[in-house]
Design a protein around this ligand. Sequence first.
Ligand code: ZN
Length: 304
Amino acid sequence: MTLDNTSHSGRPGSDELVPSRYALKVGEIDVTVISDGVMPIPTPILATNAEPAVREAYLDDKFLPTDVLDWPLNVVVVRSGGRIILVDAGLGVEFPDFPRAGRTVQRLEAAGIDLSSVTDVVLTHMHMDHVGGLLVDGVRDRLRPDLRVHLAAAEAEFWESPDFSHTAMPPSVPDVLRRSATRFLNEYHSQLQPFDKEYEVAPGVVVSLTGGHTPGHSVVRLASGGERLMFAGDAVFQIGFDQPDWHNGFEHDPEEAARVRVGLLRELAATRAPLVASHLPFPCVCHVAAAGDVFRWVPIVWDY
Ligand SMILES: [Zn+2]
C-alpha cells in the first residue's frame, strides 16, 4: 500500500488514524460503511420550519452545537453474488468550502477496495455530496468500462431542469448542485441504467424509488438469510428520529420528504431491520424504535 495519494488536494491518504470503515454481514451479503468525512452545515438548514429557539434548545439538549454542525457523510460498499456495489460516492472536490469531506476514494483504497473492482454504482440521488466522488479527476478512467450506474429515471429527468423553489440552501449551493449534476449526467451518460420504481442490482440488493428529498430519491434494501438492512440515503437525518416533521433545507419537496421519512422509520421499527444513512454519525448502523408519534435512534454496539 503506497501513501502517495496524500498529494491529491492535500487530503490524507491511507495512513490516517481516523476510523473510516465499518464492516458487517447481512446474511450472505457483505457491507462496508465508509465515511466520506464531515461537512460543516449551519444548523438552521437542518430544521427550516422550527422556531429558532426551539431548534437551539433541541440541539443543546443533544449536546450538539447550535450554530454550525459537522454533518457526517457516509457511503456503503455492498458485495453480493459476485458484484461489488458502491452506494453513493461522497462529495469529491465539488465544494471547496467542505475540505473535511470528499475522502471516499482514498478510504476505499485504504480498505483494499480498488475502483476497478466496482461493478455497479447505485445513486440514492444526484446531490453533489452523493455523486461528487465520481467526478474527481481520473476516477472515471479507473472505473471499469462496463460499470453500471443505477439511479431512478425520475432523478436523471429532474436534473435536466431542477426546481429549487421549496429548498432553503446556502445561496452558493444550488449552482454547484446544478453544475455537478449536469457534469455527472454528461460524463456517465453511457453507463446509466435508469429504473422506474425498483431494481434488483444483485441477489438481495434492491434499490427503490421513494421521492421526497429529490423526486428520484431512492433507498437500498438488503435481505439475505433472514437478515435485512436499509441504506436510506437522505431520507433520514440524525434530527429526524424525534423530530421527523422538521424540514431540511436541502429537500426539494419538504412535505413529501417528511412523509417518506415517517414511512421508512415506521417500516424499520416494524421490521427491526438495521438502518444506515448518508448523514448519520459514522459508523451509523442503528435500529429504529417507535416512541408514540416519533422514533428512537438506537445505535448498535460496535462489533470488534
Ligand atoms: Zn446528502
